[in-house]
Design a protein around this ligand. Structure first.
Ligand code: GLY
Length: 464
């Protein structure tokens, strides 16, 4: 076994799933240096048993840099989970000052940093993937009245069913969607448009009807490798009700398809991403695009595929499905990425279903929760005796405190089932969820037969 030191910048169970994937390497013995959002018990254990280090740095680039500098002689490369430090230039700083290769795009090529930039680049390369949209900037207008008149003129032409988004990422905050967050023009203008406009620049987009899927691309800067498409469940409650969240669960089915997708959807999704990548490559040094330069959020709609977001990182929880499906050694995949020699990744012919268990107050489910926050995963882990490697349990917002394990305020822990069919994978995931001892809740309809059937019927209706 060869020795390798890996820096993992962690936020949630996405990074824990990468640590798990690295630790499964049968060619490399990994020492983990984990710059974490919190005292995640799994990450702390993995750093300790590998004789590495774990530090709570949060998302602060200076602190992450300080941690990397402390271990500069032991770290061979780093990988970054969350978008904040990517946009804030964590890679640029560590590579320039410490010469440690980092896996994530450079700040300049993190398209996630601006929704307007995303729309502009799509407009250049594949305009049909953009919904109708318009950008409104604070400095364009002398008075609020002028801005409102401009918006109303656009609505008269394009319809009132819109999504309102601030230009820069706000972790879902500030994003308002017709029918979900507002149902009158007055609400649209006064509760969403004007408050967002005060913050600077706002983008108003036609709300696209269809079924969502996401496609993450891994790249060495030269090759763009698609991973299997994933369905994410963004709304907090069953039947897609309640507020938006980071994602309450996900499923995958085939390498190039989900049950409600047509082969053409996949082809168009690939084509859009390739064109964007090509455009970025015109100016970028290839290695600038290393990592996951494109996470494409797509909607299959009436007449093809539209892009509703671009991220510059693995999704959470889409990453966990991808790690569960990856056949290749993830350490080797990363080393090839750094050398610019990653031209293929092999994935299993399996389905995956992931369910997140979240704290009582998550997704506005409770105003307050004053009971115990202790979590015990032992019984869930014991299920691995039955399911073996087909069950993965990844700790997210969990905190080790004075010898006990507690939930934090965000998505606590996810269970991933891997099987030949979606329903078998779902059963494994839910069996493990039921064994978690603690005050958490979860959606029960992730990848349910009924939900999948509804998606299929919706597509059939839209495309008839
Ligand atoms: N699950 C959605 C995201 O990671 O952005």
């Amino acid at each position: 076994m060869k020795e390798v030191g890996i820096l993992v910048v962690s936020y949630g169970s996405r990074a824990a799933s990468m640590v798990d994937a690295f630790s499964r390497s049968d060619k490399y013995n990994v020492t983990f240096y984990i710059a974490d959002k919190q005292r995640n018990p799994y990450n702390m254990k993995m750093a300790k048993i590998s004789e590495g280090d774990h530090e709570v740095t949060g998302l602060d680039v200076n602190k992450i840099f300080g941690f990397a500098r402390k271990h500069r002689d032991e770290i061979d490369f780093g990988i970054v989970g969350p978008e904040g430090p990517i946009i804030d230039g964590v890679r640029d700083r560590i590579e320039n000052e410490l010469c440690i290769p980092i896996i994530c795009p450079t700040s300049k090529y993190a398209l996630e940093g601006s929704k307007i930039r995303q729309r502009e680049i799509i407009e250049k390369v594949h305009p049909s993937a953009n919904p109708e949209y318009k950008v409104f900037s604070h400095e364009q207008y002398q008075t609020e009245k002028e801005a409102i008149e401009d918006l109303e003129a656009w609505i008269d032409k394009n319809g009132i069913e819109v999504a309102i988004k601030p230009d820069t990422p706000a972790a879902g905050k500030g994003v308002g969607v017709w029918g979900d967050h507002f149902t009158t023009k007055k609400e649209l203008i006064h509760d969403w448009f004007l408050p967002n406009l005060k913050g600077g620049t706002v983008i108003v987009e036609e709300k696209v009807k269809g079924e969502e899927w996401s496609l993450q691309f891994i790249s060495d800067g030269t090759h763009l490798i698609p991973t299997p498409p994933v369905r994410d469940y963004k709304r907090a409650y069953d039947r897609d009700l309640g507020p938006n969240t980071g994602g309450m669960g996900t499923y995958t089915s085939q390498k190039t398809q989900l049950p409600y997708m047509e082969p053409e959807d996949w082809k168009e999704g690939i084509e859009i991403a390739k064109k964007i990548f090509q455009k970025l490559k015109e100016k970028a040094r290839p290695e600038s695009l290393r990592g996951v330069p494109l996470y494409m959020g797509y909607v299959s709609c009436k007449d093809g595929v539209k892009a509703f977001e671009i991220n510059s990182r693995f999704g959470d929880p889409e990453c966990q499905n991808t790690m569960a499906l990856m056949k290749d050694d993830f350490v080797e995949v990363c080393l090839k990425m750094i050398k610019g020699e990653l031209d293929e990744i092999k994935f299993k012919d399996k389905c995956t279903v992931l369910t997140y268990a979240v704290p009582m107050t998550y997704g506005e489910a409770r105003e307050e929760y004053t009971g115990t926050k202790e979590i015990d995963l032992q019984k869930a882990h014991r299920l691995k005796e039955k399911h073996g490697d087909n069950l993965r349990i990844h700790q997210g917002s969990m905190i080790e405190e004075n010898g006990s394990t507690k939930t934090g305020t965000s998505r606590t822990v996810c269970t991933v089932g891997i099987a030949d069919t979606i329903q078998e994978a779902r059963e494994i995931s839910l069996n493990a969820i039921k064994k978690i001892d603690g005050a958490l809740w979860n959606r029960w309809d992730i990848a349910s037969k009924e939900h999948i059937q509804e998606s299929k019927q919706n597509m059939k209706k839209l495309r008839k």
